[in-house]
Ligand binder design. Sequence first.
Ligand SMILES: [Mg+2]
Length: 337
Amino acid sequence: MWFIPSQDELDSQGFRPVDITYITSARITTTKTMPGEFDFIHWLRAQTPTHSRVVIGPGDDCAAIRPPTRELLVTTDMLMDGTDFHLAEVGPRRVGRKAMSANLSDIAAMAGTPIGAVVSVALPRAGGQTLAEGLYLGLRDIADAFGVPIVGGDTNSWSGPLVISVTVLGEATERGPVRRSGAKPGDWLFVTGPLGGSILGHHLDFTPRVSEALALHAAIELHAMIDISDGLAADLNHICDESRCGAVLVAETIPISPAAVELSRTSGKSPLQHALGDGEDFELVFAVSSADGEKLLRAAPVAGLTKIGECVAQGLWIEESGLRKPLEPTGWVHELK
Ligand SMILES: [Mg+2]
C-alpha cells in the first residue's frame, strides 16, 4: 500500500512517468529496488501502534479490521495545495492534521465513532520523504487523539502540487446515524462554537466535534445535524433542503469568533457576515425539539452550545433587531487570500 517513488528512482529503473499509475501495490515494496520507498515503509510500520480493532495493518495488499456491530459510516475528503491550504506557508504537519480532522468532523456530524482511516497522497516530486513523514505525523496527531488507527494508504509522486485524500470509517451509535433530514418546524437550532474568520488559522487547527456529538446524541434526540464546512447559512440551508422546512436565525445570538472580528477590520464585511458566510468552522449545527432545547439550556452535556434560531415552515431568514429578512444561503467560496 504505502509507496514513495522519486522520479530519479523511477528513471534509474527504466520507468517512464506513465508507469507511476500502476506501480502502487505493496508487492513492489518488498523488491528492494527502491531504497527510499522501502525505508519509508519500514519507518511507517515501525510508527504504527497495534490496535484491538486492526487485524492487518499497513504493509499488506489490504488492511483488515474487525467490523462494527452497527451501521458502518464512510466518508472521504480530498485537499489540494493552493486550494485548501498553502503547503509552503503551513508545512506538511498542519496539512496532515487538517486532512484527518475534516474527515472526523463528518463522522461527528452523523454522531458516529471513528474506527479507522486510509490515506492517499500525491506528492510533488521535490517533496520526498520529509514531506511524506511530515504529513503522516500530522495525520497521526489527530488520529491518535481520537483513537483512530491509520490502517493503510497509497503514496505516489508526480509533477503537480500536493494532493491528500483521507477516508475515514466510523460506526453509528445504537441510536443510529443523525441525518440532515429530520428537522421539523418549531425545532430549536444550536451551534457548538463561535463562527467566522477561519481563514486566519482555524481552518487548519480545529478540534472535530466527535465527543460533543456523541454526548449530545446520548443526552437528547438530535433531529438533524451537519458540520459547518461551507458556512453557517449554506449548511443550515442543506438541513432545510433535506428536512423540507425553513429556518430563522436570530442575529444577536450567533456566536462570533474573534477571528471574524479581526478579519472584518480589513475585509469590508461585518463580523456577522463572516460568521454567516465563511466556511470551515467545523462546528456542528443541529436541530432538536423545543423540550430538548430547554433541557440543553438548563444543563448542557457539552460546553460552548448556543441557541441561534428555530426551524419554521419554509424559507431561510435572519432576524436582526426584531426585523425578519431573507438570508441568502451563500457559503464559502473555495478561495484563499
Ligand atoms: Mg460535512
